[in-house]
Design a protein around this ligand. Structure first.
Ligand code: SAH
Length: 339
C-alpha cells in the first residue's frame, strides 16, 4: 500500500476529497504522511528552514521571548512552547541564548507540540540535557493553565487549508490515473481559508488573555485578503506539483496573516505585524550578533555566518516573503521588532 493507492481508493469510494483532507493525509497520515516518515530538512533533505541556516535566528527568537517574559513581570512558573519544532534546533538555540537570564530557565516548563514520531525522536536527541522540564504534547489541551510564551516557525504553512472558487469548495479528484483539482480555474480565482490555523490562534490567544504570555510566529505568507491559489509542494529543494507525489513532498500553503491576526484580536488579545523577516531580524540586532560571532571565527566560519545572515535577511532570499507576527494580551507595550 502507498499513499497514492490509499488516496485513489478513497477518491474512488467518495468521488472526491477536499483540499484540506488531501493536505492532512499527504503530511500526517500515520503510516505514509510526509512528516511522519522522515527528517525533511537540510541540504540532503527537501527544504531548509531559518533555524537550520543560522543560529542567529534562534538566538534572536529566544531574546524576544525572554524580553516578553521580563516585560510581564517575569511570571514563575510559566510555559515555553514551540509548535512544530522540526529538528529541535530553534528550541536549542533559544535555550542556549537565554541560559544566563536570571530566573528565566528555572521558571520554565518547556513544551513541544509535535505530531511526527520521527521528528520527536530527533528533537529528543537535539534537546537532551538542555532543560530539566521538557516534554512533548500532541494537543494544545495538554497545556497547563500558566503564562504561555510560544514560538512557531514554518508551522502554520503546514496546516490544512480549504480552497473555494466563488462559493464552491475545491476538490481533489482522479482522472486518467492522475489527481486533479476541480474546478480547474486560474490561480487568481481561488480563495483560501485555514480553519485549523484560526482555531489554534484563537485557543492560544484566549489562553494568553487569561494567563499572560506572548506568541511569535514566523512563516511565508501574505497580508490582506486571500487572493489566489497558494497550494505548493517542495521536494529536493524544487517546487513540484502538490498533487504529483503525495507523501513524498512538503505540501503547504502560504499563511494568511491577516486572518490569523483577526482571530487573535477577536478574542481581545493584541496582534502585531506582519513585519518582513529581514526587517524584524535587523530590528532585533541580527547584524550586531553576526559581528560578535565573526570576531572569534576563522575566515571560513566568518563567510558561513555572513552568508547565512544574508539568506535570512535579503529581500530576494527569505527576508521579504517570510514575515513575523506577534500576539500578546492587550494593554502591554509594543513587542520588540514590531514598533
Ligand atoms: N519549526 C521547524 C520545522 C518546520 S516544519 C523549523 O523551522 O525548522 C513543520 C513542523 O511542524 C514539523 O516538525 C512537523 O512535523 C510539525 N507539524 C506539522 N503539522 C503539525 C500538527 N498538526 N501538529 C503538530 N505538529 C505539526
Amino acid at each position: 500500500m502507498s499513499l497514492q493507492a490509499l488516496l485513489e481508493e478513497r477518491i474512488a469510494r467518495e468521488g472526491s476529497i477536499g483540499v484540506d483532507d488531501y493536505m492532512t493525509l499527504a503530511l500526517s497520515h500515520p503510516e505514509f504522511g510526509y512528516y511522519m516518515t522522515r527528517d525533511p530538512f537540510g541540504v540532503r533533505g527537501d527544504f531548509t528552514t531559518a533555524p537550520e541556516i543560522s543560529q542567529i535566528f534562534g538566538e534572536l527568537c529566544g531574546a524576544w521571548i525572554a524580553q516578553q517574559w521580563m516585560a510581564q513581570q517575569e511570571p514563575s512558573p510559566c510555559v515555553l512552547l514551540e509548535l512544530g519544532p522540526g529538528r529541535g534546533t530553534l528550541m536549542k538555540d533559544m535555550l542556549r541564548a537565554t541560559a544566563r537570564i536570571e530566573g528565566f530557565h528555572s521558571s520554565l516548563y518547556v513544551r513541544l507540540l509535535e505530531i511526527s514520531p520521527v521528528l520527536q525522536a530527533l528533537q529528543r536527541q537535539t534537546l537532551r540535557d538542555t532543560h530539566p522540564r521538557l516534554e512533548w504534547i500532541t494537543a494544545l489541551e495538554e497545556l497547563p493553565s500558566l503564562p504561555l510564551y510560544a514560538v512557531a516557525n514554518e508551522f502554520f504553512d503546514a496546516l490544512p487549508i480549504r480552497q473555494f472558487v466563488q462559493e464552491q469548495a475545491r476538490r481533489v479528484v482522479q482522472e486518467n490515473g492522475a489527481l486533479r483539482l476541480v474546478p480547474d480555474v486560474q490561480p487568481q480565482d481561488v480563495r483560501e481559508t485555514c480553519e485549523v490555523g484560526i482555531a489554534i490562534i484563537t485557543r492560544l490567544s484566549e489562553h494568553m488573555k487569561r494567563h499572560g504570555g506572548a506568541l511569535l510566529a514566523i512563516d511565508y505568507g501574505y497580508e490582506g485578503e486571500s487572493r489566489g491559489d497558494t497550494l505548493q509542494a517542495v521536494r529536493e529543494h524544487r517546487y513540484v506539483s502538490p498533487l504529483e507525489t503525495p507523501g513524498e513532498a512538503d505540501v503547504t500553503a502560504h499563511v494568511a496573516f491577516s486572518a490569523l491576526m483577526d482571530a487573535a484580536t477577536q478574542t481581545g488579545a493584541s496582534a502585531y505585524g506582519p513585519v518582513p523577516q529581514g526587517q524584524f531580524l535587523r530590528r532585533l540586532g541580527a547584524e550586531l550578533r553576526a559581528s560578535a560571532l565573526c570576531y572569534n571565527a576563522t575566515p571560513q566560519q566568518r563567510a558561513a555566518i555572513l552568508s547565512g545572515l544574508e539568506r535570512l535577511m535579503a529581500p530576494h532570499a527569505m527576508g521579504r516573503l517570510f514575515k513575523a507576527i506577534a500576539i500578546t494580551p492587550s494593554g502591554l507595550p509594543v513587542p520588540d521588532g514590531f514598533g
